[in-house]
Write a protein that binds this ligand. Structure first.
Ligand code: PLP
Length: 455
């Protein structure tokens, strides 16, 4: 085999495509067909009575999720986006309240607050875990702070002890966004069970899924009740509910999961531990291969944390490798099969663009032209430079790969690591050639990163 790098015309290390994930099996098929046989595809009615909280599959799925996460209440939603929005209502976010969140996450972690008039305030991230940095949160707390969104990014738990120590004495709610970390534990407890509420995504790309869907957990029965009202046209049920003295935040929407989705979800739950074990084994293998390579720092798992490896982050230092990050990514991609989607994209640069740089924050227009709710909180800052650690990760140092997943094997990971080593060994020659000669793939690294973030 030619050792000339593929990006310079040599033979690629591998042409056989990386295998795609297969998520639906006999159990899911049987569960979905059994629901079809009942002819009841949704058990919800938006009126007081036994059907207000959904049908048999929805309630069964929720009970199993509550057990899995060790929380007394789990409520299903048709996405985590809608679940996070409902959570803002359920915890009582009011116009002008400030909600601190990281800028390095999927957009809904921040926009959920806007629907109730909350104003997102961005705190920087930890350079090793990419989760929100409690020291930066502390610096952003004001008398108007009502909640902090702790995103367990890429599957690594956020520093919950430090965040809870900051928030609980001040009466600030902690919303865990565990979209990318189902089944992961922090100091022995499931993520999603530690804060005021915890949210999980069940969209197609997640460890386990129902096509689209979400789950919200809480220990607080009053919040659980408000979540259920917001999920299902609460205005129709609340009048008959003597316990609901506080009407604020109880008008609802239709954020309901269907019976088929819930039945599929119940078949998926038992798969989660195996999926996590496989991802952790592949990640450990990749870490072993990357450790010691110049300019490359493998993923970090902090003590007391379990990482879910939704995607595997790598820190990259161009000053040590001698290759600009984009050129490195294209050179690695050239050694490997053409991606068929983001899950088979070997490497992507950065993750999502820091959220505060998006037009919604730059122009401060979200819901209506008047600028509400941004116009209620004039001190909030969205300038470039606001979160330097995030900006550095996005622009320079972060690489992510989704290849650390089932059904890939250690041999697949070896091909990926071999490609990285080969490119590093030829960094000087590759640097000398113009980037425009490097060709393109159906999913450019940047698109892949955006896709991973959005979904
Ligand atoms: C961190 C994070 N939060 C929220 C969401 C939103 O989840 P959903 O797609 O279920 O609405 C996602 C989805 O990718 C996510 O990754």
């Amino acid at each position: 085999m030619s050792m000339l790098p593929a990006i310079l015309g040599g033979e690629p290390l591998r042409s056989q495509p990386f295998p795609k994930r297969r998520t639906m099996g006999a159990a899911e098929k049987e569960a979905a067909l059994a629901v079809l046989d009942t002819d009841c595809l949704s058990g919800f009615l938006g009126a007081p009575g036994p059907h207000f909280d959904g049908g048999e599959q929805v309630r069964g799925f929720e009970a199993e999720w509550a057990r899995m996460t060790g929380t007394p209440h789990a409520l299903s939603f048709n996405s985590l986006t809608t679940a996070l929005t409902a959570a803002m209502g359920a915890i009582g976010i009011e116009p002008g309240d400030e909600v601190i969140c990281p800028p390095y996450t999927m957009s809904a972690s921040a926009t959920a607050a806007l629907f109730y008039g909350g104003v997102p305030v961005f705190a920087d991230i930890d350079p090793e875990t990419f989760c929100i940095d409690p020291a930066s949160v502390a610096a952003r707390i004001t008398p108007r702070t009502r909640a902090v969104v702790a995103v367990h990014l890429f599957g690594h738990p956020a520093d919950m002890d430090a965040l809870l120590a900051l928030c609980e004495p001040r009466g600030i709610a902690v919303i865990e966004d565990a979209a990318q970390a189902p089944g992961c534990r922090y100091r022995g407890r499931s993520v999603g069970s530690l804060g005021t509420v915890g949210g999980f995504s069940l969209n197609y790309h997640k460890h386990i899924h129902t096509g689209e869907g979400g789950m919200m957990t809480t220990r607080d029965p009053a919040i659980a009740r408000r979540l259920s009202l917001i999920r299902n046209h609460g205005e129709n049920a609340v009048a008959a509910d003597a316990a609901d003295a506080d009407l604020a935040g109880t008008i609802g929407s239709n954020y309901r999961l269907t019976e088929i989705q819930a039945a599929i979800g119940r078949a998926q739950v038992p798969r989660l531990e195996g999926i996590l074990a496989r991802r952790r084994a592949l990640a450990a293998h990749l870490t072993g291969r990357l450790r010691g390579l110049p300019g490359i720092e493998p993923a970090v798992t902090k003590p007391g944390c379990e990482h879910g490896f939704y995607i595997y982050p790598i820190r990259y230092y161009a000053d040590q490798t001698g290759l600009p990050r984009g050129r490195f990514v294209r050179a690695v991609a050239a050694e490997l099969p053409t991606p068929t989607g983001w899950e088979t994209t070997p490497l992507a640069e950065g993750y999502v663009k820091p959220l505060y740089l998006a037009p919604v924050y730059q122009r401060r227009i979200a819901l209506v032209r008047s600028g509400f709710p941004f116009n209620l909180s004039t001190g909030v800052d969205y300038r470039k430079g606001l979160c330097p650690v995030t900006e550095r990760a996005y622009e320079h140092t972060l690489l992510v790969t989704p290849l650390v997943r089932e059904p890939l094997t250690e041999r697949d990971i070896d091909d990926f690591a071999d490609a990285i080593e080969k490119v590093l060994a030829h960094a000087g020659e590759i640097r000398a050639v113009d980037a425009s000669e490097s060709g393109s793939t159906p999913f450019t690294p940047t698109q892949a990163a955006g896709f991973a973030g959005v979904r």
